[in-house]
Design a protein around this ligand. Sequence first.
Ligand SMILES: [Fe+2]
Length: 164
Amino acid sequence: MKSTLHETRNSLPEKVRRKSIDLLNQHLADVLDLGLQAKQAHWNVKEPNFIALHELFDKVAEELEEFTDDIAERAVELGGVAQGTVQVVSKHSRLAVYPLNLSSGKGHIAALAGALAQFGASARTAIDSAAKFGDADTADLFTGVSRGVDKLLWMVEAHSQSKD
Ligand SMILES: [Fe+2]
């Protein structure tokens, strides 16, 4: 995902900025896909608990939107181009394709929890990558994203973990 580098007075070395921009753009594609997956669940879920799940999935999409903006804007802050078109997302997202035939709450919960877990794991790995190549701020951004996605995963998974 090579991107043009704009001039900036940002003090991070160009080599570091390039690595961060690539890492950010990869996660931008993933999180845009994830946000649409949450909307897909929000629109299509059908079951007795409809309203709770309908609203939960919308909350997930809304919270992901904030992370999406932070990730995209940091790529631009570092002199990069945020690559957030549907064509790029479709080509580069690493998430599993969201099934179009789901309707039960159980099905949507399992699909969305899987996608959140996959994205969360990658955001957590990105913390260490960014710290290792010398961009503590991008590592901090991914720390916030990863913590937030852990919370969203809990909220979705809690609907399928009742033991009594
Ligand atoms: Fe809605």
